[in-house]
Ligand binder design. Structure first.
Ligand code: SF4
Length: 209
C-alpha cells in the first residue's frame, strides 16, 4: 500500500491523478452534505448564522437545508433535547436515508447542558442515536460548527465501503431502524439504546477517592 501511495504521489507530480471508486464516493458524499432543517433552542441561532454570508457554510457544500428527513443526510442537533422531543428526534433520524450522519451541537445536545439536572431534559442525544461529531460550547460559535463539519468530512473521507472495517451504513448487518423511546410513567422508556450508547463504568472507592 505504501508503494502504491508513493506511485500515486509520483504520478501526481507529473500531472496524472489516480483515485479509487471508494475515494470518489467518499469525496462526493463529504462535499454535499444536506442538513435536516430544524433547531431545538438557542444553539440553532448560531447554526443559522453559520449559513449566512459571513460564515458561508455553502463553501463546504452543506448549505442546502432540507425540510424533509427523506431528503437529508446530516442531522444537526442544535439545542436542548427535552424528553418530550427525544422520541421525535429518533423518529426523524429513522426517516433519513443511509448513509446519514449526526452532529451534536452544544452542551445541551451533548449532555443536557445547563439543564442537565432538569427532570424534563435528556442528558445527551447519544443515548438514542449514534453521534459522529460532538461540538462543545454554550453556544458554540459558527466557526465551531464549521470545524465540526470539516471533522465530519474527514471522517467520511476515511470510510471503508468494503471489508470488515467498513462503515456502518455499508454493513448489511447494521441496524436499519432504531427503537423510538416512549414517555412512560416517570421517564423515557427505555432510558437509552444499548446498541448505540455504552457509558464507561465508574468504579467508586478506588485510589484517590
Ligand atoms: S448549549 Fe447553551 S446555547 Fe445551546 S441550546 Fe443549550 S443553553 Fe442554549
Amino acid at each position: 500500500m505504501e508503494n502504491d501511495e508513493n506511485l500515486a504521489e509520483e504520478l501526481k507530480s507529473q500531472g496524472v491523478h489516480v483515485t479509487s471508486f471508494e475515494q470518489l464516493i467518499n469525496w462526493g458524499r463529504s462535499s454535499s452534505l444536506w442538513p435536516l432543517q430544524f433547531g431545538l433552542a438557542c444553539c440553532a441561532i448560531e447554526m443559522i448564522s453559520a449559513t449566512m454570508a459571513k460564515y458561508d457554510m455553502a463553501r463546504f457544500g452543506a448549505e442546502v437545508f432540507r425540510p424533509s428527513p427523506r431528503q437529508a443526510d446530516l442531522m444537526l442537533i442544535a439545542g436542548t433535547v427535552t424528553k418530550k422531543m427525544a422520541p421525535q428526534v429518533v423518529r426523524l433520524y429513522n426517516q433519513m436515508a443511509e448513509p446519514k450522519y449526526v452532529i451534536a451541537m452544544g452542551a445541551c445536545a451533548i449532555s443536557g447542558g445547563p439543564f442537565k439536572e432538569g427532570y424534563n431534559v435528556l442528558k445527551g442525544i447519544d443515548r438514542y442515536i449514534p453521534v459522529d461529531v460532538f461540538i462543545p460550547g454554550c453556544p458554540p460559535r459558527p466557526e465551531a460548527l464549521l470545524e465540526g463539519l470539516m471533522t465530519l468530512q474527514d471522517i467520511i473521507k476515511k470510510e471503508k465501503l468494503l471489508g470488515k472495517d467498513r462503515a456502518r451504513h455499508a454493513d448489511p448487518k447494521g441496524y436499519a431502524e432504531l427503537p423510538v423511546p416512549e414517555y412512560g410513567a416517570h421517564d423515557l422508556e427505555p432510558k437509552c439504546n444499548p446498541d448505540v450508547w455504552s457509558p464507561p463504568t465508574v468504579e467508586k472507592g478506588g485510589e484517590g477517592q
